[in-house]
Design a protein around this ligand. Sequence first.
Ligand code: NAD
Length: 291
Amino acid sequence: RAKKAPGLDAEPLAIERVAVIGGGVMGRGIAGLFAQRGMVVVIRDLQQEIVDQALAQIRAGFERQAAKRHQTAEAVAEKMARLWGTTLAEDLTGSDLVIEAVVEKIPVKQKVLAELEPLLSEKALFVTNTSALSVSELQKSAQRPANIGGLHFFNPAEKMPLVEVIRGADTSEQTLATLFAAALNLGKTPIVVADRPGFLVNRLLMAFLNEACLIVESGVDWLSLDVRATSFGLPMGPFRLLDEVGLDIAADVGATLSGAFAYVEKSSLLERAAGHRHLGRKAGRGFYRYQ
Ligand code: NAD
């Protein structure tokens, strides 16, 4: 039985079949989490190669976990049996919950929603893992806006405890209660946040990352700044964190926030970096080199 959210009276819907759209940095982590907790999960991306890479990376994560916990190979096989991938939208029919984790651009997210909504049941929920975009804006083009909300996982999704549950203008109480319960069932710490640019965490975090970029643009060496940042207690410096996030995603989040909060002096460093191939860890190189 699903756990209930404090302050939300509606009865959460049961979630058994989950579809994750986008098999990138976040989609992989989110799909693995749901499969780990016993749900049937399908990952959809545009190319079979990306789908295969996503499944292979999730398997490797399950194997590492099994080795640590002295579990058998069957434990991994059992989880992987619930997880599969596709490039076809039709394969998502029958999903109770669709989570989109495609690029951070509202037209792309709107296109995904428009393509999938006709394939889903009346009750199915569609949520976005957006870092900063408006859930209410997404709802405007929806057939069933009450079934739409935000479920914002943090990177890496398998480790980070917090999940922001975003209430759009038309999100129903039942949708919100279901999303809150789903996050609790994953062992996460959900918080309900208002639909404002960057919600809570990225509004704070991007101000910090933008400031780090401004300091570098004023002439300070990025590596020294990154190393110093760890000496005052941060787990990693701002530039290593930007590499983890992906410089294209970070640039898009920065653009949303600087557009919304005009008092922010915006660094152009991320926008310039996002135009290059070296987009961070996912590309094998960003500020740092990987592999
Ligand atoms: P990513 O670039 O790693 O992956 C995006 C994936 O979406 C790619 O594999 C791409 O092929 C796929 N894609 C694009 N259009 C698609 C479509 N129409 N259908 C199916 N797949 C499609 O990006 P990411 O870092 O995983 O970010 C995804 C979302 O999650 C963004 O909205 C981002 O803001 C958010 N997010 C990112 C982080 C982070 O740290 N990277 C953290 C929290 C939330």
